[in-house]
Design a protein around this ligand. Structure first.
Ligand code: ADE
Length: 423
């Protein structure tokens, strides 16, 4: 644990701060909405005197959110939400600016957990989570801190699923806002952002050509759809696997071939999981995979590809045949390539979603936290992002790109508000 400007931190190298500042500055240029909110927060101080414990991917974009929260008056304690996604330069820059940061790229499970405890040691009033590990730790291991927590905000589908299970069992002790499902987040972050950044991660790790390649995308939620469309846009032949009939039908109607994984396994050349579930590529699929098949995961946790089965089956593991690409040699001579150790490929092998995308996601979370700070008598449980915040974010995003839209005329308003008017 190091100390920088009075804040306890655990970072890889304080000497990286300047490089981190440059990276954050580049992200800031493409985050106009968050910049605007930071300005408003600086004058209105909606988070004055509050402590925020955050468990997020420690990236340049996250640093911009942290700066917004601090401008609003909050003290921020930041832990990494994935052991491999931390940008060490960014962690150093934040620590140098007095943020308590607990994040080093490549830490083991024990240190990862310790870092979450370090952030919780702040005794937070508000929490921000990405995947649910902080909220889980808070409830399971630090219940004495729960009474002080006014509310929380969760940004991933995976984390929100966990929150809903907790709420159903009556275990969730405070109001938690599901920031995964706003219309703006689904459009921007899940589909466009993840679609692009996952392909970016695969290409940086492998440098393969996608045109003409058979790509199997497991899961056709917003993220899976984005990935499938991005791969098709680059000329890949995309097969989709699903367990949900509505989503499978959606994939069919959008022109994708839909197959069960057992049938996709022998034909796929690149597999990308985006389901939020586990064992999507399991031991039973390994015998069918082609020599040279590439396996990547886009889901939050590293459980979608059964890495243990792969390790147990392989006779030889060659780490890093390229950065973020490990080769598993099977007894029959086939080689399987696993990207980013089966962890979230866009954040490990690339830089996650671009700043323009995270602008929308984080602007919404900043406003949610400011709303939670003011909200009175909000019951414990999972709450939706207030629609007014979603609309405000959409309006600000349009304005920041110079896009103008029409307004209803009084006659149109009257027509739409009355059932008595006939055309
Ligand atoms: N999640 C996806 N992309 C991200 C990014 N660039 N920063 C933080 N969290 C992310």
């Amino acid at each position: 644990m190091s100390v920088s400007e009075g804040s306890p931190s655990d970072i890889a190298d304080a000497g990286l701060a300047e490089a981190g500042r440059a990276r954050i500055g580049w992200a800031q240029r493409s985050m106009p909405v968050l910049r605007l909110i930071t300005g408003t927060f600086a004058s209105e101080r909606p988070l004055s005197g509050l402590t925020v414990a955050a468990c997020l991917h420690v990236t340049a974009e996250t640093a911009c959110l942290v700066q917004a929260l601090r401008a609003g008056g909050a003290s921020v304690f930041l832990a990494a939400s994935n052991p491999l996604s931390t940008q060490d330069e960014v962690a150093a820059a934040l620590a140098a600016d007095g943020v308590a940061v607990f994040a080093r790229a490549g830490v083991d499970r024990l240190t990862y957990d310790e870092h979450i405890h370090n952030a919780l040691d702040s005794g937070p009033d508000l929490v921000v989570d990405d995947g649910g590990d902080l909220v889980n730790t808070l409830h399971a291991q630090r219940p004495e801190l729960l009474a002080a927590v006014r509310g929380g905000c969760e940004s991933t589908v995976t984390g929100v699923i966990r929150l809903r299970r907790m709420a159903e069992e009556g275990a969730l002790a405070f109001p938690a806002v599901a920031a995964d499902a706003t219309t703006t987040k689904r459009m921007f972050d899940s589909t466009c952002g993840t679609g692009q950044s996952v392909i970016d991660g695969v290409l940086r790790a492998t440098n393969i050509l996608l045109a003409g390649r058979v790509v199997v995308v497991a899961g056709f939620g917003d993220c899976g759809r984005g990935i499938a469309e991005a791969a098709r846009g680059l000329g890949a032949q995309v097969i989709v696997t699903e367990v949900n009939p509505v989503r499978a039908l959606d994939a069919v109607l959008r022109g994708f071939r839909v197959l069960p994984m057992a049938q996709a396994a022998p034909v796929g050349e690149l597999f990308i999981t985006a389901t939020g579930s586990r064992d999507v590529i399991a031991a039973g699929h390994l015998p069918a995979l082609r020599d040279g098949a590439i396996l990547a995961n886009a889901g939050h946790f590293d459980v979608e590809i059964d890495v243990r089965a792969l390790t147990d089956t392989a006779v030889k593991l060659t780490r890093e045949v390229r950065p973020h690409t490990d080769e598993y040699l099977l007894p029959d001579g086939r080689r399987l390539l696993l990207l980013a150790e089966g962890r979230v490929v866009n954040l490990v092998a690339a830089e996650g979603n671009p700043p323009q995308v995270m602008d929308v996601t984080f602007a919404s979370q900043a406003l949610v936290l400011s709303w939670l700070a003011r909200a009175e008598a909000l019951p414990a449980g999972v709450h939706a992002v207030p629609p007014a915040i979603d609309e405000q974010i959409a309006r600000l995003t349009l304005e920041s790109s110079g896009t103008r839209i029409d307004a209803l005329t009084p006659a149109q308003q009257e027509y739409l508000s009355s059932w008595r008017q006939t055309p």
